[in-house]
Write a new protein. Structure first.
Length: 192
């Protein structure tokens, strides 16, 4: 079955199956050929997970939208350097997103530090849920890099362990172990 430009994303096999890998390989070939429909399918399939990842790391909808959109611009610029090696293209897009998030957080931190008005006018009466969200975000940021990535991919993006393993280039058992350690660390951190 050839992947034609009009094939809807929903008809592709579930990620992690041999059919999905073959479909992904054909999609990558079309993307590399600059097929507009293939790029649209790629965008439709992965924009939301990339947005959710960026939002979980940055905490700003606007910044997350910018990052998710920039991922596809960077991917378009660098698609000729991408080689399909049996891993989901999401792994490559995720690496681009992770680098963009790091850059964006660095930029935001500098902008916040240099803006003396950033704390002026804050409401002193945050709702309890806002305080809890901030505490959770800070606790997630204190996890190891691998633990943080697993937590974000699993609980913010709701990806299955098999897909997380493929994205991170780890065994499923390692992903599960990282998740267990991360949840334990979060419990300890939040119960202090």
């Amino acid at each position: 079955m050839a992947l034609s430009p009009g094939l809807a994303v929903e008809t592709l096999a579930p990620v992690g199956t041999d059919d999905a890998l073959a479909d992904e390989e054909r999609l990558v070939a079309l993307v590399k050929a600059r097929d507009a429909d293939a790029w649209a399918r790629l965008y439709d399939r992965y924009y939301l997970p990339l947005f959710r990842y960026a939002y979980a790391r940055i905490g700003s909808r606007e910044e997350a939208e910018d990052v998710a959109g920039q991922v596809f611009l960077d991917a378009l610029k660098n698609i000729d350097h991408y080689e399909y090696r049996g891993k989901p293209i999401l792994a490559w897009l995720y690496r681009i997103a992770r680098n963009l998030v790091i850059d964006r957080r660095r930029w935001l931190r500098r902008a916040t530090e240099s803006d003396s008005l950033s704390t002026a006018g804050r409401d002193e009466n945050f709702e309890a849920s806002t305080v809890q969200s901030l505490a959770l975000n800070e606790a997630v940021n204190r996890l190891t890099r691998d633990q943080r990535e697993v937590v974000i991919l699993r609980f913010f993006l709701d990806l299955p362990t098999r897909q997380i393993a493929a994205i991170l280039g780890k065994k499923e058992s390692a992903v599960y172990s990282l998740q267990v350690r991360a949840m334990s660390a979060l419990r300890l951190d939040l119960n202090r």
